[in-house]
Structure formats: C-alpha cells, structure tokens
Design a protein. Structure first.
Length: 575
C-alpha cells in the first residue's frame, strides 16, 4: 500500500505558507488603503469646503518699472448679487515691500445699508470694489525682481447670514529696470502677445499658478489633477507604460480584483514618490532633479532597468541567491509589495518628465509657506498621472482573457524586455558621459554657439548690448533633449541666436558653480529657459518652463523688440 502521508504533509505546509503570504498581502493592503484614505479625507475636506463668494485679484500682477518712476495697481473685489462687504472691516496692508515705496491706498466710496444683524446703518461695498494702490520706485533701488506681498482682510454678508472674516495673501511682482532703459521698460509694459492663444499649460507657470489658487481650491485641485493626466499622455511618459505591464502582467488566470489591487498599489507608489520628493526639494531648497545629479543614483537606475529587462527576457534561470531571486520575482509583479516598489521606481524615473508642473506647485509652496497644502497638491497630481496606469493595469488582464494564450505571449514578454533595455542604455550613456545621440551612433552639428560660464556670458552681453538666453539643461531630462534636437538644431533658430548671448547651464551633474546659478535664478525643474536684458534683468513674462518650442521662439523675438536701438536692425527679421 502506497503511503501518501508525506504528500499530504507537504500539501498542508504549502497551504499554510500560501495562507500566511495571503494574510501578509492583505494586511499590507489594509495599511496602504488606510494611508490613501487619510490623504483622500484631507483632499475631500479641502475640495468640498465652500469657496468664498468674494473674488479678490490684482488687475496687474506684474509691472516693469524704471527707477524713479511711479506706478498704480488696483485690487479688485467682486461680490455676487445680494452680497456685500463691510467697509470698516476691509483693510489692505503690505507684508513685504523690498525697497518699493507705497504712497497711498485709496478705498472706494461706500454706500449706506440697513444692516439687519446690527440693527443700524452700515457702510458697505456691493457689486465691485476697486482699491487703488499708488507708489514709486526709489532712484537708488537696485535693478531686479521684487515681490510685494499684500494682505487683504474682509468680512461680508448675505441677506440671510453673515460670513466669517477672511484673510488673503496676494503678490504684486515688480521688475525694476535701470532708468536709462526707459524706452525698453515702456515697451515691456505694452507687450500684448495676442498671437499666443491661452493654453492649459500656461496656467501652470509659477506666476499664473499663484493667481489660479486665488479662484478657489476646488478649481486648483481639478487643474492639478488634469495636469497629471495630461502628463501621462506625453511622449516622455509613454515609454514607462511597459513597467506597468511588467508589474501587473498578462495573467488570464488572475481575477479583475487582484489586478486592480496591483494597479492601485503601483499608483500609490508613484503618488508617494512625487509627494515626498517634491516636499524634500522644497524643504531642502533643492531642484526637482537633484537625485539624477548623483552618479550613484544613476548607476542604481541602470541596474534596476537592466534587472527588470533581463527578467522579462527569461534570463533568471541562472542560479541567483534565493533572496535576490525573490526580490526580482517581486519586481516582476508578484504581490502588492512588489507592485508598490515598482510604483516607487516608476515615479522616480519619471521625475524629469514632471518637472514643469511640480515646479509651479513647489514655487507656490515656497511663497505661501503652506507645505501641507503643497503635499496635498502633489498627491492629487500623482493620482492624475497614475490614472492611465491604473486603467491600463486593470483592463490588460481582461484583454488578455479575450485572446488565446500561446507562443505569442512569450514574444510579447521578450518585446517588453527589449523596451525596458532602452532606458537602461540611455541612463548608462548619461552615467559614462555620453550624450544619447553619441551613444546611439548619431552625430549632430552644434548650430548654436553656447557659453558654459554664466558670469562670462553676462559680461559679454553687457559689452555687446545683446539680450541673453539661459538654457538650463541636463542629459537625464528628456524634454531638454527634445528641445535641443527639434528647436536649437534648426538653422533659422541658429541664425536668430546670433542676436543673443546664449548661455547653457548643464546640470547633468551638480557642481558648486551649477548650484550657484540654479539658486540665483531659483530654478526648480527642467527644462527652464530664461531671457534677460543686456544688464542681466530677467524678463519674467518671457520665462519658459516646459517643452514649448513655438512659445520660446515668440519670446526670443519679443526680447529683441525690447531693445529700441536694435529695433531698426531687427525689423527685417521680426515676424
């Protein structure tokens, strides 16, 4: 008689191990869900709190003024019908002036109103109240950008109830120019870029983003979420989608629920990366790509991509250590923890692609000192970017179930392995000092004459009285490479660049000089392209913080228009 007792014992042990693993997976998932619920509750609270019915804004948020000149700005308060604001509880004050002098704050004439709550006549504002602010720029004030932070306090009512007092903070940006460039500053204030259609991405410029937040937190979070979704649709992020397929896998035998949990874990990993890295950058005063400036980190990225590629190509039949093999197996999509870890890796690798949007959020965080709100915005952005990964992970199994399993599945897996090998080669090229074009055997003629020293470039611009372009570039930044290949390599742009002093700050690896320039111009993400006057003043309205060749070209022509003595020479080239 055959004894099957040892078979039953082994089966029981396997069942126990499986139950333990399943219990650990579900326990980890509970903690993960709890963490997301906590974030979501705060997010819901921020989004669902009714916004103030009163809209306060500046009619001009940025002025260009020469020393010795006077200026006027209007703070506008719009009130809905049947709402009013108490005149005696409306106050405007300045928290910072940075050398600018405020001469007068003129409040509008209030109207008398029978107050049902106080039982007496009160002076109130209705409809629209315009507070006129006048000031001047001292003769001895240094040129450069100033931020005047003003506070606004008000309290309003409706016929039925009184609203709680409000305190708001608004920023008026003033770029101070030398009095000798009076004509150029006048031209600057009169710039009307009617040919530039408003775009969704323009809302996410650092300055416009600060204005956007004044229209309510619900709208701001919606825009941030949509920005994350649109980022996932860019060519910079598309190559990362095979990582999702690697984690979720094409498992016809897997349930929709399990694949949904794996996909959700992957997205949570991505969200955590953007929130933590973003706040680290803000708290430490670092730029968003500071990790990629470390050769050790680049080497780690190469190893991770290479490992994942080889695992997809089926090369793990080699006798690897058991712990390492288990870790690689986890990266291949076995378990909630493996999916979460892969989400962390995906988020880190995609960091250079998300720089422009997160840069706007971090700039707002640094200005408002609201780190908790910034953290929530980064979480929302992460979920927006992860939506496509989530949907792809959930429904990939459904698609595979509709198809017959066969040899083609092996070839799909090998194809994914080859795709994952490309970023490994790319970052290896960055690590050893090869540009991607050189690494893949392509050569490209340098058509723009770049100056690597910022100080030498500024001095040359002063001597030649030419405007300046400063391009913040890095080999690990895909949008920077696209800008180089599709914009700066054009012959017409090369001709246009001869009218500028072209400075390139290569931040592939951080040096003391690179750090100094980045800190000086407060650069957060890549690509960032600044345009400056010959005296080194940044044209804030002409800053480009995204891959936008058309806008950059228009801005270069606008910078030429700001030089009156060169206008006659430039008439033949201006479009």
């Amino acid at each position: 008689m055959v004894d099957f007792s040892h078979v039953k014992a082994n089966t029981a042990r396997l069942q126990v191990n499986y139950n333990i693993g399943e219990h650990f997976m579900m326990k980890s998932l509970k903690y993960l869900v709890l963490l997301v619920v906590l974030f979501s509750s705060y997010l819901a609270r921020a989004a669902l709190i009714p916004d103030s019915p009163f809209n306060a804004y500046l009619d001009q948020s940025h002025l260009y003024l020469e020393t010795g000149s006077q200026f006027e700005a209007n703070l506008v308060i719009d009130m809905p019908e049947d709402h009013y604001v108490y005149a005696d509880k409306t106050e405007v004050f300045f928290e910072t002036l940075e050398g600018v002098q405020i001469d007068d704050i003129a409040y509008p004439t209030a109207t008398s109103h029978e107050d049902p709550f106080l039982g007496k006549q009160s002076l109130v504002y209705t409809g629209r109240a315009v507070i006129r602010i006048t000031g001047h720029i001292p003769e001895d004030l240094e040129v450069g950008k100033r931020e005047l932070v003003m506070g606004l306090e008000l309290q309003g009512c409706t016929p039925q109830l009184c609203l709680r007092p409000e305190s708001r903070s608004l920023s008026l940006f003033i770029t101070v120019l030398n009095a000798q460039t009076r004509d150029s500053s006048q031209s600057q204030n009169e710039i009307k870029r009617s040919d530039e259609a408003p775009s969704f991405w323009n809302l996410l410029d650092a300055e416009r983003f600060s204005t956007l937040t004044q229209h309510g937190m619900g709208l701001t979070l919606l825009v941030v979420f949509l920005a994350g979704l649109l980022t996932s649709l860019t060519p910079c992020v598309w190559p990362l989608i095979p990582v999702t397929l690697l984690v979720v896998g094409i498992h016809p035998e897997s349930s929709l629920k399990r694949n949904a949990l794996l996909s959700f874990s992957l997205v949570c990993g991505m969200v955590l990366v953007y929130a933590v890295l973003g706040m680290m950058a803000a708290l430490l005063g670092k730029n968003l790509g500071f990790l990629f400036q470390s050769r050790f980190f680049l080497a780690l990225i190469v190893i991770v991509f290479l490992t994942m590629s080889l695992s997809m190509l089926g090369l793990f039949h080699l006798r690897l250590p058991q712990k390492l093999h288990h870790f690689l197996h986890q990266l291949g999509g076995s378990g909630i923890c493996g999916a979460f870890l892969a989400g962390l890796g995906t988020g880190i690798i995609a960091t250079p692609c998300v720089g422009p949007v997160i840069a706007a959020i971090l700039t707002y965080v640094l200005l408002q000192k609201s780190y908790l709100l910034g953290f929530v915005m980064l979480v929302v952005y992460g979920f927006g970017m992860g939506l496509l990964f989530l949907l792809l992970g959930i429904f990939s199994a459904s698609v595979s179930n509709a198809l017959k399993n066969g040899p083609w599945m092996v070839w799909v897996k090998r194809l994914l392995g080859l795709i994952l090998l490309l970023p490994a080669l790319y970052y290896f090229g960055v690590l050893v000092g090869y540009t991607p074009n050189r690494f893949f055997g392509q050569t490209q003629v340098q058509m723009v004459h770049w100056i690597s020293s910022e100080q030498e470039g500024l001095q040359l611009a002063r001597d030649l009285q030419k405007p300046i372009v400063i391009d913040f570039y890095a080999d690990w930044c895909p949008p920077c490479l696209a800008l180089e290949k599709k914009f700066f390599s054009r012959s017409d742009i090369a001709s246009l660049s001869e009218k500028f002093v072209m400075i390139r700050v290569d931040a592939t690896t951080e040096t003391e000089e690179v750090k100094r320039v980045i800190d000086k111009y407060k650069v957060v993400g890549w690509p960032t392209v600044l345009l400056l006057s010959p005296d080194g003043t940044v044209y804030e309205d002409l800053v480009v913080t995204a891959y936008d060749p058309d806008r950059l070209e228009r801005n270069m022509y606008e910078a030429l228009k700001l030089l009156p003595k060169l206008n006659e020479e430039n008439e033949n080239v201006l479009p």
